[in-house]
Every structure is written in structure tokens, then in C-alpha cells.
Design a protein around this ligand. Structure first.
Ligand code: KG4
Ligand code: ZN
Length: 342
């Protein structure tokens, strides 16, 4: 076996986080993330502001990642970058930067599918986490996606089910917005929910196919519930924030767990992973650990820092492609819409 050290620089800029990471033979040496605060007051990501912030952040973030890794840019073997899916203006910053740096250093370039990378974060070489065996199922839950994916091999994936409208991250963020919380509201709902009663209020779960999701009806239900109660008591939100958050979160997590149960029933696969920003949620993490005990599943929960958008997941996906000699041509372009299977 070769003892050569393979250094990969990963670059992520698909939405509102500018991130760069250096990994060596699958181990993370650095993972720098610059989150953009500018969107909080607008209640969502403003694409034009996101690309401008990427433009400002990309050079210092990449420099910091290389420095923290204790190497120089001349040690890099390959540059991996997010090609899509994401916001076009944001993707263009990372794509153009990666291409220029690869050209300047005369090293190969590898394009990475952001959604595959969320899943492949499970293959980062970490002391305390286990790697899922093939085939496994991954529930990919983020601000833009909600999918159940069957993974037969690193780059052989099949979508078993997905949302027919909003993503689960949107359900969290839009509910938070209704409650007057800033963007992104997911982590805040999680925080307040920990102090509340999950059974205080009841919201209706959507009726869709066994492996499909729908969150737009739930969002409307929450909006009407809040409007009705605020009309009677203007302080309703303030007085009940923890219970409201706990009840919303409980309903969302129940929906996710129901779908996972259906998936295990249909596929017989009991190796269950989660990925994407919403997998940072403390309740879904707890429920998956319980599922190991109650239903005999083996669950794979990513380290907290690899759940929301980060470049370490791009670098590991790049490393796995590197091992397959799967390089990109320098003419490669960003793609705003890209399926996990592409
Ligand atoms: O994967 P990600 O960073 O970006 C996308 O690719 O979309 O996911 C961001 C989403 C946001 O909707 C955010 O509110 C949600 O992940 N999120 C959470 C938590 N942390 C992040 N949702 C619920 N609980 C959390 N702790
Ligand atoms: Zn993401």
C-alpha cells in the first residue's frame, strides 16, 4: 500500500457559507467556515448579498484552511469544489476560484455534487464515528432538500422518496419566521424546544405517499394556529414560545421517523444515516440513537460540524473521486440544479 500523503483542498460556496477544508488521506486537517450574518435580518438568504460575501471571504478562508492544515498550497494534490446544486451567483465564486487556483498550481480539479457530499461526509476518517456499510439508506435533510436516498456505492445513489413541496429545513425556518425569530430559525427552534412540552399543541401530519414528504400544509397550519391564538392573546407567542417550538419540532421529527420506518419496512435495510443541516437537530439525533435500541437499526449520525454546509464534506467526496481517477475538465461549469444521482 502506498504511504504517499494525498492532500485535497475542498471549497464550498453553494449557499450562504464560504468554506474551505484540507484533508489528508481522508482525515480532516482543517475545516474553516465563514457564515454570512448579513441574511438574518431579511428572514432568508438574499442571493445577491450571498455572492458578494463569498467574493470577500473566499481568499482569506482558503488561506486560513491551508495554514491551519500546516501545509503550503504547493503540497496540494487536487482541488475539489461544489459544482451544484445551489445559488448560481454563489456557486460561480467557488467554481471560478477553484479553477483558477488549480490552473495556477497546475494540479487537477474535481467537481463535487453538494448533495452527494452531505452523504459522503460519513466517510471522513474520524476516530469516534463509524462508517456505514453498503447498501445503506440516508435521510438527507437540509434547507433545500428532503430525500431518502439508497446508497449502493460511493457514487451509486438512488432517490427512494423526496418532498413534493418544501424542504424540512424550510419548515423549521418558516415556522421560526412566523414566530418572529431570525433566519436561520432551525437552530433556535431546537434551542427553545429543549425547554418546552412537545405535546402541548397538536399539529396535523400530512397525508402523502409512504416515502414522500410534504411540509407546506404544516406551515400553513402553524400560521393559522398562531394567528388565531395571537388574536385572542397578543402575548401568546411570548408566553408559550418553548411549548410551541417543542410541539412544532415534535411533529416534524415524527414525520421524519415515520418515513424512515416505512423505508426500513420496504427495503429491509437497517443501516440508517442522516445528513444535511437539519441533522444537527438534537431531537432527531436522540431519536435515531433510540431507534438502535428499539428497532435494531444501526444508525450513523454525522459529527456536528459536518452536518451544516462545510468544505470537509466536499474534500472527502473529492478524495473518493480522486481514488477513482475521476477528474474534471477545466471547462467544467457550475450547475444550479443537480440531482443527487447526477
Ligand atoms: O445543509 P445546510 O447547511 O444548507 C443547505 O444545503 O440547505 O442546511 C441548512 C438548514 C437550515 O434550514 C437550518 O435552519 C437547518 O439546516 N438547521 C437546523 C438545525 N441546524 C441547522 N434545523 C433544525 N435544528 C437544528 N439544530
Ligand atoms: Zn447543504
Amino acid at each position: 500500500m502506498s504511504t504517499e500523503n494525498i492532500y485535497i483542498l475542498g471549497i464550498e460556496s453553494s449557499c450562504d457559507d464560504t468554506s474551505a477544508s484540507v484533508i489528508c488521506n481522508g482525515k480532516v486537517l482543517s475545516n474553516v467556515v465563514a457564515s454570512q450574518e448579513v441574511h438574518a435580518k431579511y428572514g432568508g438568504v438574499v442571493p445577491e448579498l450571498a455572492s458578494r460575501a463569498h467574493q470577500q471571504n473566499i481568499v482569506p478562508v482558503v488561506q486560513q484552511a491551508i495554514e491551519q492544515a500546516g501545509i503550503t498550497k504547493h503540497n496540494l494534490n487536487t482541488i475539489a469544489f461544489t459544482r451544484g446544486p445551489g445559488l448560481m451567483g454563489s456557486l460561480l465564486v467557488g467554481t471560478s476560484f477553484a479553477k483558477s487556483l488549480a490552473l495556477g498550481l497546475n494540479i487537477p480539479l474535481i467537481d463535487v455534487n453538494h448533495m452527494q457530499a452531505h452523504i459522503l461526509a460519513h466517510f471522513i476518517d474520524e476516530e469516534e464515528s463509524k462508517t456505514p456499510p453498503f447498501p445503506f439508506v440516508c435521510l438527507t435533510i437540509s434547507g433545500g432538500h428532503t430525500q431518502i436516498v439508497k446508497i449502493t456505492n460511493h457514487f451509486e445513489m438512488e432517490i427512494l422518496g423526496e418532498t413534493i413541496d418544501d424542504a424540512v429545513g424550510e419548515a423549521f425556518d418558516k415556522s421560526a419566521k412566523i414566530l418572529g425569530l431570525p433566519y436561520p430559525g432551525g437552530p433556535l427552534i431546537d434551542k427553545y424546544a429543549q425547554l418546552g412540552n412537545p405535546k402541548a399543541f397538536k399539529f396535523t401530519k400530512p397525508k402523502v405517499g409512504d416515502l414522500e414528504f410534504s411540509f407546506s400544509g404544516l406551515k400553513t397550519g402553524i400560521l393559522y394556529f398562531i394567528q388565531r391564538n395571537v388574536k385572542e392573546n397578543p402575548n401568546f407567542i411570548k408566553e408559550n414560545l418553548n411549548d410551541i417550538c417543542a410541539s412544532i419540532q415534535y411533529t416534524i421529527i415524527e414525520i421524519l421517523m415515520d418515513k424512515l420506518k416505512n423505508t426500513v419496512k420496504q427495503t429491509g435495510i437497517k443501516h440508517i444515516a442522516i445528513a444535511g443541516g437539519v441533522s444537527a437537530n438534537s431531537e432527531i439525533r436522540k431519536r435515531l440513537i433510540l431507534a438502535e435500541k428499539h428497532w435494531g437499526w444501526t444508525t450513523y449520525i454525522p459529527k456536528f460540524e459536518y452536518t451544516t454546509d462545510n468544505a470537509a464534506m466536499i474534500a472527502i467526496a473529492g478524495y473518493l473521486k480522486y481514488l477513482n481517477n475521476d477528474y474534471s475538465d477545466i471547462s467544467v461549469t457550475a450547475k444550479a440544479r443537480l440531482k443527487v444521482t447526477e
